[in-house]
Write a protein that binds this ligand. Sequence first.
Ligand code: HEM
Ligand code: HEM
Length: 137
Amino acid sequence: MKIVSVFHPLFQCASFVVGVYNARMGLTRKGFTYQRHLRFGLLYYGMAALGLIGGWLIHESLEEAGIRLDMGPHLEVALLLILFFLLAGGLGLLIRYRPTLRTALLPIHKYLNLASLVLFVYQGFTGFSALLRFMLS
Ligand code: HEM
Ligand code: HEM
């Protein structure tokens, strides 16, 4: 059981790395092409969403075994992240296909995505502290 509960955190760490990579590409424009940025953006959103399902499955199996971890608002922040992904990704597509909106929408796209990475760190904080307490119990 303890081993299984490590998969979700490790997978989400990998999603975070992909997100940071894409943010760096956007901010520095190094190696930036729209197709490349879109591909890594979708990979980041897709991996994080898949990881969310994984986290929920682990939560269910832990609860079946009578184990309840104190995760703070981990679930609520996870749902907020999905909202950020939908908004930021949608804006990214709008910027691409309605170039007249670029000046107004690009900062929102940028800050929503960067905020998602900050929330990710917060998820790591609530997740790893609960996991550590569980591992040591
Ligand atoms: C569906 C996924 C995404 C789409 C369609 C998309 C689209 C775009 C587009 C069209 C631009 C403007 C390029 C230009 O005309 O200069 C852009 C810039 C940018 N994107 Fe994305 N993006 C996506 C995901 C992401 C993700 C996941 C991140 C970060 C985690 C990110 C961070 C940035 C940043 C930092 C910029 C530069 C902003 C600036 O120069 O002020 N994007 N994106
Ligand atoms: C590296 C960062 C993360 C760590 C260490 C972590 C850790 C954990 C752990 C240990 C659990 C199982 C605890 C339990 O509920 O019984 C869990 C559950 C969960 N995680 Fe994460 N997590 C991380 C990132 C994320 C992210 C980014 C998301 C969302 C995109 C997410 C979504 C969830 C969800 C939805 C659950 C189920 C919670 C519930 O149903 O109450 N996690 N996480």
